[in-house]
Design a protein around this ligand. Sequence first.
Ligand SMILES: [Fe+2]
Length: 350
Amino acid sequence: MKRDIEDAYLAAFALLSKSAQALYLKFGDLMESVPVNIPVLADKQGASESSVEEADAFVRVWGGPTAGGIPLAPSEGSAPPAHFIIPDAHFSRKDRANNFQRARRLGAYLGIVHARCRKKRQALRVICLGDWWDMVSLCHFEKGKKNFGQQGVVDDIESGEVALHAMLRAFEAICDKYKVPPDEGISFHFMNGNHENRLDQALDHAETAPLLKGLPTHKSILEELGWAFHPYMVPANIDGVAYAHCLPSGSMGRAISGNNLAKTLLDKMMVSCVVGHTHNFDFMMRHDAFGNRLFALVAGCYYDAVPAYAKSTAHLWWRGVCILNGVQDGCLVRGHAAITVEDMADSVGF
Ligand SMILES: [Fe+2]
């Protein structure tokens, strides 16, 4: 029944004009609680009054975007949506020379995947599992020591932001090459990681918050670029799959960990789920009584070289990205792939 309602909601959303869709996504939640002044909002947004009226009418029937989740476009073709998963990349100011190529390779590879999806009219969800930013300046904060340099935090935030822009520019260049619109049939989602969460912790602390006042946050940077931002350790429902940087276990809320992690996740969560965090790779698929394929994926990391501090565990890290090529109602209905960094370099040429 819920699925039917969601389908009807998505179908109704698709009937709105592009301008009304944008207004709904941006102001829908506000419109739900405060009556909208149509001429003023239209004037401020450079939109027509009829678009605002359209968005407002949609809110009256369906509520704001967060009431039912941000609407994700279904595939127009026969294949269900594909998921492109970016695990922990840890872009750090201490590795600037390498960041640029690594980010560009990722963007170019994503461009190839998006172009293929567009050919089949298949929707693509890009899901970054967090720890995109390394935030080394705040590493002591996570351990309960509240010492950090303000400039270090600024540089850390900038390093990840520069990498994000480098990735998106490379992505757009490939879209250009294959003549596919970079914003058609694609959505971007970010799961906050423990490394980004260091900043949220510092901002929550009365002693350290004033030092960070006015700085952009990971959330503000990503939302400015149109990404959906999801808080640390709170699973995001994307096509019925639970996505998070890591998932909590029991009342203490510690990250589920240990051997056979994919199996443990599937046993504990009882839905398909995808996490990062460990930098290792693990995958498990199970069939339910009706033959639906539930799965759990621990997606490794997106490093191209293992850093010196991790030499003793390097043999356990898996480096690359993952693709789920058809996800429907939390189940895998098509194939899946784990593409190593070396495979990606072969595909894009660098
Ligand atoms: Fe990580």
